[in-house]
Design a protein around this ligand. Structure first.
Ligand code: BGC
Length: 837
């Protein structure tokens, strides 16, 4: 049982969530949460509706005069505030407010309330009437700056429409490892692509009056042990500055994000929200960030955070509130520190005109529009990556014969989005089956075969096979039993954890963990397949709360798989949609294998029909043991509400698949940079980032490892050629211009993503190649276009540890242009020389 009551104020978003660290640490917090969690009707409020009491005017609040400079206005407000007034600004208001984070209004100062709402892939936290966008990784796969702006604009308009002045997003943490549960809501493993996407999305958000709170600063790359001292990241300044910081630096300097969220990670011994190196030395002193830093949910660990650089604690005021008040009164923290925290918040509130024009929307307002839905569809289409094609794709929409559409993910149990605070409630969802059926013309018939039972429909394991019989485990509980396999073959085991508490429950078999269910929206039943041998005994362990342990035996699975294979045999093509519905905040994956017996299903269908197309719905790389047996593979990520519409457009050839991988797809986990336990998820409380700057494709290139699919890779229905590499050093030797010609060498129109990689002189100690430019080009058959990349001084620099700064190394730089990070896909090579900066 869940020991904490849920906040009944908003169906679909139970608050407060249980955090392992917080739970273990504080009984007193538990009591205050209990007091806060009185049930009530769903809240409907605007951030501004309690803002300005009647009669307020310039006379009362002279800082409403927008002709004055922002610093003058900030100074005017602060000069009227007492310490208690200021303390109220910097602490959260608990979980009973309409927005997940909330700053209360202070009417005497004409100060509106400020709602801060998730999130990175659309308005989250259970609010309805919003657009469920494709996941951020899908956006990154478009390599399209303009789409990133449009995506941001949708989010900004919808947050604002709901009355929330600050969007908690984008999530720009680096995909250090494909097992990270939040990979889907982040962009990529590459800092350059990360920065480009972040800047454009934030520009889009902030063009709508909405403020962006870019998150989570920094080195937050796993869910395991998060927000505990056991997630102590040991990482070098060079690695931070070259890999984990650049997206944040670009966000605050180029896009001028109003706010930054500090992360759950502990970095070199100090929690991110109590980390002066991150917040003071880096954000303030090096980057001159003028905005405010908010703690992630419960991520502040002491009142010293005020001095260390966190301006606002959310959603509680455990360390600020009374504790901060006392610290100032007792002289432990200077009043000027609190003034400074408020000044930062006020500066951004004035910059975004929140005193004069707070949002007037309501949490119940419908904010999704046809225009927003069109952006969602466009991103889903453009982000779809064609990984393999023997010519089976595109399918013929007319006279294509029978197309067998197979798999729970095609209709019965679709995966449109990932879980946790980034989960967005869809206003509707077009399933792959619906999309493919609707777009089929005459002479093409679509028939559905589920092939596998949905995880939620599995049967309990009978006591004849499991001893002692399973019974539900309480929150934090355990179950251990012995399962005797009645038959040899593939089984599906599933566990349900319905607590909605953001706390993981793990299932293991003979000591091998299969999965962790974080119990976040939208999925509460996870499954995995295991091969068991008749008569053998297996120790089944559940750690954490659970309400059901279920299974499907080989005898239960066989009829569905066989029927799907038979239907595929009779069809002209088979489309198997597979999904990984286990990606979420609050838990990492233990393996890259697809849940349930989806691999068996694909293999059986592929054996029956040589024109088998596999569509993957997942936010991160998955294992593809059937890759050599199938005709085509399409990665559609989590495509959001337009899933089937976008898929049909790509599979029938109305849209050229133009997505390119923003993350490397490894063959298996032994290939990944953080393959050791020391690196992921860490040992003895330390997570060693000892792969250093060799993250993502940098690692594969440096170690000469060939992954399943390289970063930047993606096929099209046409082919492209590259020629005419030209490198022109700029004046003063600092900027370099590179041009190249891209030609559509195939027979249909299509889009490619031209990519420039730079190889530094050896003295820099960099991996062989780093992405420093990309450009989408759409071309008709036979058409050519020139792509231009500009390399500035920063693009050429590396972080020199001994000098503690960026330095441009002297020597020969190598330029590679093509359409993936793999050398084989980089046909143009050139070089230029630089003198040391
Ligand atoms: C997540 C943040 C989110 C916050 C509020 C935290 O658990 O890490 O990304 O913004 O909750 O929902």
């Amino acid at each position: 049982m869940n020991p904490l009551p849920r906040n009944g104020r908003r169906p679909g978003r139970p608050r407060p969530r249980i955090r392992r660290a917080t739970l273990a640490a504080t009984a007193s917090l538990t009591l205050s949460l209990l007091a806060l969690a009185a049930p009530g009707a769903p809240a409907a409020a605007t951030a501004g509706d309690r803002a300005l009491p009647a009669g307020d005017s310039l006379a009362k609040c002279a800082w409403l005069n927008q002709k004055l400079s922002i610093s003058t206005r900030v100074h005017m407000v602060l000069s009227r505030m007492t310490l208690a007034n200021e303390i109220r600004m910097v602490g959260g208001q608990g979980t009973s407010e309409p927005y997940v984070f909330y700053m209360a209004a202070q009417p005497p100062f004409c100060m509106p309330a400020m709602g801060l709402e998730d999130g990175p892939v659309g308005v989250g936290d259970g609010l309805h009437g919003v657009t469920q966008l494709p996941s951020a990784v899908s956006l990154a796969a478009t390599f399209d700056r303009s789409l990133a702006q449009q995506y941001g604009k949708v989010i900004g308009q919808e947050e604002w429409g709901k009355g929330a002045a600050v969007n908690l997003g984008p999530t720009i943490n680096i995909d250090r490892d494909p097992r990270w549960g939040r990979s889907f809501e982040a962009y990529t493993e590459d800092p350059f692509l990360n920065g480009a996407m972040a800047v454009n999305e934030i520009n889009g958000v902030q063009s709508t009056k909405e403020m962006s709170q870019v998150k989570h600063f920094a080195a937050y790359n796993q869910e395991t042990k998060r927000n505990t001292p056991r997630d102590n990241v040991i990482v070098s300044p060079r690695t931070l500055n070259e890999i984990y910081f650049p997206g944040f630096k670009a966000s605050v300097q180029q896009a001028r994000a109003g706010s930054v969220m500090c992360s759950y990670a502990m970095i070199n011994g100090a929690f991110a929200c109590n980390n002066a190196y991150l917040l003071r030395t880096t954000l303030d002193e090096r980057w001159h960030f003028p905005g405010f830093v908010t703690s992630d949910y419960g991520a502040l660990h002491s009142t010293r955070g005020a001095v260390q650089g966190t301006s606002m604690e959310q959603p509680f005021d455990r360390f600020y509130g009374a504790a901060l008040l006392n610290a100032v009164r007792q002289g432990r923290i200077p009043r000027s520190v609190v003034d400074g925290m408020c000044a930062r918040i006020l500066t951004e509130m004035f910059r975004f005109h929140l005193f004069n024009n707070p949002p007037t929307g309501n949490t119940r307002d419908k904010v999704t529009t046809r225009g927003h839905q069109a952006v969602a569809t466009r991103v889903a289409e453009a982000g779809t990556v064609l990984l393999k094609n023997d010519g089976t794709l595109p399918l013929s929409a007319s006279n294509g014969g029978e197309v067998a559409v197979i798999g729970p993910a095609a209709s019965a149990a679709t995966s449109d989005t990932g879980g946790g605070s980034a989960y967005v409630t869809a206003p509707f969802s077009v399933t792959p089956l619906q999309g493919l059926t609707a777009a089929a013309g005459s002479g093409t018939t679509v028939r559905y075969h589920q092939g596998l039972p949905a995880d939620t429909s599995l049967a309990a394991i009978p006591s004849t096979d499991l001893s002692p019989p399973y019974s539900p485990t309480p929150f934090g509980g355990r179950y251990t039993g012995t399962l005797t396999a009645p038959k040899t073959g593939t089984y599906v085991l599933a566990v349900t954890n319905p607590c909605r508490c953001y706390d993981a429950t793990t299932l293991s078999v003979n000591g091998t963990p299969l999965f962790s269910i974080p119990s976040t929206p939208p999925v509460h039943t996870y499954s995995a397949s295991v091969r068991l041998t008749a008569g053998h005994r297996y120790i089944i362990k559940i750690t954490g709360g659970s309400s059901a342990l279920t299974w499907a035996t080989p005898s239960v699975l066989a009829p569905g798989i066989n029927a799907a294979a038979a239907a595929a045999k009779a069809a002209s093509a088979a489309v198997v949609v597979v999904s990984d519905d286990t990606e979420s905040e609050a838990a990492d994956r233990f393996s890259l294998s697809l849940p349930s017996a989806q691999d068996e299903l694909v293999s059986a269908v592929a054996a029956a029909n040589p024109h088998t197309v596999v569509v993957v719905n997942a936010g991160a790389p998955v294992a593809m043991p059937w890759l050599n047996k199938v005709a085509a593979v399409v990665d559609a990520w989590y495509p959001g509400e337009s899933n089937g519409t976008a898929l049909a457009s790509v599979l029938y050839g109305n849209t050229d698949p133009s997505g390119h991988l923003p993350v490397t797809f490894p063959r298996n986990l032994s290939q990944v940079p953080a393959s050791t336990l020391q690196r992921f998820p860490g040992v003895n409380g330390r997570v060693h980032y000892s792969e250093g700057i060799d993250v993502g494709y940098r690692w594969y290139d440096a170690k000469n490892i060939t992954p399943m699919f390289p970063f930047g890779y993606g096929l099209s229905y046409t082919t492209f050629g590259f020629s005419n590499l030209n490198i022109t050093p700029g004046k003063g030797g600092t900027a370099v211009t590179v041009t190249a010609t891209v030609t559509n060498t195939g027979h249909v129109a299509g889009t490619d993503v031209a990519q420039l990689y730079l190889g530094d002189p050896p003295v820099a100690g960099e991996p062989p190649r780093q992405l420093k430019g990309f450009q989408r080009v759409t071309l008709s058959p036979g058409q050519s276009s020139t792509v231009t990349f500009t390399l500035n001084k920063q693009d050429l620099a590396y972080w020199k540890t001994s000098a503690n700064k960026w330095v441009v190394p002297g020597g020969q730089f190598h330029v590679y242009v093509g359409d993936s990070s793999a050398l084989a896909n980089l046909p143009l090579h050139g070089s230029f020389a630089m003198v040391k900066s």
